[in-house]
Write a protein that binds this ligand. Sequence first.
Ligand SMILES: N[C@@H](CCC(=O)N[C@@H](CS)C(=O)NCC(=O)O)C(=O)O
Length: 219
Amino acid sequence: MKFYSFWRSLASFRVRIALNIKGIVPDEVINVDLMKGEQCQPGYKAINPQMLLPALIDGDGPILFQSVAIMEYLEETHPNPPILPQDPRGRARVRALAAINASDSHPLMVPRVRNFMEHELKLDEATRNKWIKHWIGEGLAAMEGHLSRDKDTGKFAHGDVVTMADICVVTQATGAGFFQVDTSPFPTVKRIAETCLAIDAFARAHPMKQPGAPASLSH
Ligand SMILES: N[C@@H](CCC(=O)N[C@@H](CS)C(=O)NCC(=O)O)C(=O)O
């Protein structure tokens, strides 16, 4: 198994957590430096034409791409321990909570969007940061709205067992930390993220624990 990843990539973080929960250790982790634009080089474009991380090659391939599809693949090929509940309503809720981060909030702050704002739209740094913080905040508020009112919320996002929803709560909260968005107005999200990050499978997957990560982050 080959895993294409980068320390700062939150989509890769999602997959790293899922791999750790399931006890899967890729044979090779290939670093694609997003800050140097390596995702756009022909070598990686040949792997993933969308030029986004992560990508996973299991056996002979073909490549797996899109973090949620990869997590679902891992769930189907390595069902234990599960990261989705068994009942259809529960599965729908977990997938929907995950989508707030993976489909709606995180895609608005990735490098290609930030680069377009900077180089094509000529937006200054303050305006770009306003955009990013706004959409992170919207994602946090949406998660908090559901998690704080739903009776299905427990120790974790869905009951007392870790699911894909928790993975995405953690990457949402971590993204907020990257861009100095205060999570204290979102106490349920904050509590669940902190509970998860105390678990080894989450803690080991953290961006700041990956090879190449700086000692601290300025933004
Ligand atoms: N929906 C995709 C998002 C992938 C994505 O945007 N990855 C970012 C890093 S977290 C990336 O590779 N960005 C490169 C770029 O924007 O140029 C997924 O969940 O896998």
